[in-house]
Ligand binder design. Structure first.
Ligand code: GUN
Ligand code: ZN
Length: 439
């Protein structure tokens, strides 16, 4: 064995949160980057395991690494931008920030920072938008590859309604996408995502060519935005007058299906919900972004009643924080406003196994079943005094997990491991010292 870790242990081996397995005293065995065994310490000891050989974290919770299915790599510096809704926010803050990623050195430095920030937030896999510049895609793939991360990204396609410096042009935009795809898709743990930003910034010609590219490479993914704000929907209908509705713009060119991730999906018509359901297209719920940009309340139950797969994501920089603990807490609030409480069990399922399923990566990441990738986090409630207090008085694991979800943040991440290698370690500071050093 390469590593044997003893801690509190949590994962979801099955297809729903009903499958939750929690052991107060668990052991995880790792060999060659894979999970070999996850079980109760007592049981493994009875089978001859020498517990004195374990890395022992008795108060910490070991769980699969978080999976973020919608995040923007070039928006690390866009977070916390004041006072606007989506379309103005894009013009005022986002496009100027993304313009800088044409510079190779800038993009490479940012990619290292982005991957390190993901790991510090407990995220081991992301599906990320790059910028419209091929340099940004190369930089992010290189940074993720250097860390052996399971990372999916692609060049943003946007050939209209965007300023000089971020707008691309046909047919080069598709040619570049195909070149990047051919170079990177399937290399180590990297995957290519065909990435038309949204219908507002792509001509019908570009969307059609993107759909044609997807039809030739059906094992890639698609990511785009759908029905995020009411202003955006009205504007999109003017630009694409021949479409029956917003989803139809993507459907008529084949940018749909189980490997297509539609960010937001807040204001869908019944017809759009039906078409998403019938085509198996996935939605991604980004509650922190939706609150921050004032976009609306995603009707999760309505989409799930139609059996649409729904991911849960940070959407940095529309969402201000990378750590999915924040996203879960905001999801709780957004759903509370719809009289639909979100349990910690469901929320932790969603950011691990649930997102793996939505991204079609089940069996590879997201749980501790034998053979899954050894991508995991150690959550330490004692790194925040308020979390430590609330967890200490919790009567059940559900109560303790709920306290971590509502009160927690990236401070709780003690270690993030990729393929068995600890790539982020918070260090040996005690919580009190940590808080003092962080104000
Ligand atoms: N719609 C088109 N582009 C974006 C983006 O960068 N962020 C969000 N939240 N919505 C978008
Ligand atoms: Zn987004």
């Amino acid at each position: 064995m390469d590593r044997i870790i003893r801690a509190r242990g949590l994962h979801f081996p099955g297809a729903t949160d009903d499958s939750m397995v929690f052991y107060k005293d668990a052991v995880l065995c790792v060999k060659d980057g894979k999970i070999v065994e996850f079980d109760q310490a007592e049981k493994l000891q009875a089978q001859g395991l020498d517990l004195s050989r374990c890395e022992h974290h008795p108060d910490q919770v070991l769980m699969p690494g978080f999976i973020d299915p919608h995040i923007h790599f070039p928006q690390l510096d866009v977070v916390a931008s004041y006072g606007t809704r989506l379309l103005e926010w894009l013009e005022t803050y986002t496009f100027p920030a993304e313009r800088r990623f044409s510079d190779q050195h800038f993009a490479e430095t940012a990619a290292d920072e982005f991957c390190n920030a993901l790991l510090a937030a407990g995220t081991t896999t992301a599906m990320a938008y790059a910028s419209s510049h091929p340099t940004s895609v190369e930089a992010l793939f290189q940074a993720a590859r250097a860390r052996s991360m399971r990372l999916l990204t692609g060049k943003v396609l946007m050939d209209q309604n965007a300023p000089d410096g971020v707008r691309d042009a046909m047919p080069e935009a598709i040619r570049e996408s195909e070149r990047l795809l051919e170079t990177w898709h399937g290399v180590d743990r990297l995957g290519y995502v065909i990435t038309p930003r949204f219908a507002g910034t792509s001509t019908p010609e570009q969307l059609e060519a993107a759909g044609e590219l997807f039809s030739r490479y059906p094992d890639t993914w698609v990511q785009t935005h759908l029905s995020e704000t009411v202003e955006e929907i009205a504007w999109t209908a003017e630009i694409h007058p021949h479409a029956k509705h917003y989803f139809d713009i993507y459907e008529r060119v084949g940018l749909i299906g189980p490997r297509a991730m539609m960010g937001h999906c807040i204001h869908l018509s019944d017809e759009e919900v039906n078409r998403m359901s019938e085509t198996g297209t996935a939605a991604v719920f980004c509650p922190s972004s939706n609150l921050f940009l004032g976009s609306g309340l995603m009707p999760l139950d309505r989409l799930e009643a139609a059996e649409i797969p729904v991911g849960l994501a940070s959407d940095v920089g529309g969402g201000p924080q990378m750590c999915l603990l924040h996203t879960m807490a905001d999801a709780y609030r957004v759903l509370q406003l719809q009289q639909r409480p979100l349990s910690a069990r469901e929320a932790f399922f969603r950011i691990t196994k649930g997102n793996a399923r939505v991204l079609q990566l089940e069996g590879e990441i997201g749980d501790f079943r034998t053979g899954s990738a050894a991508d995991f986090v150690l959550l330490d409630p004692t790194r925040s005094r308020e979390v430590e207090r609330r967890v200490a008085i919790s009567q059940t694991i559900d109560e303790a997990l709920f306290a971590m979800m509502i009160l927690g943040d990236a401070r709780l991440i003690l270690e993030t491991t990729v393929l068995g290698e600890p790539l982020y370690q918070a260090g040996a500071l005690k919580a009190s010292e940590f808080e003092a050093s962080n104000g």
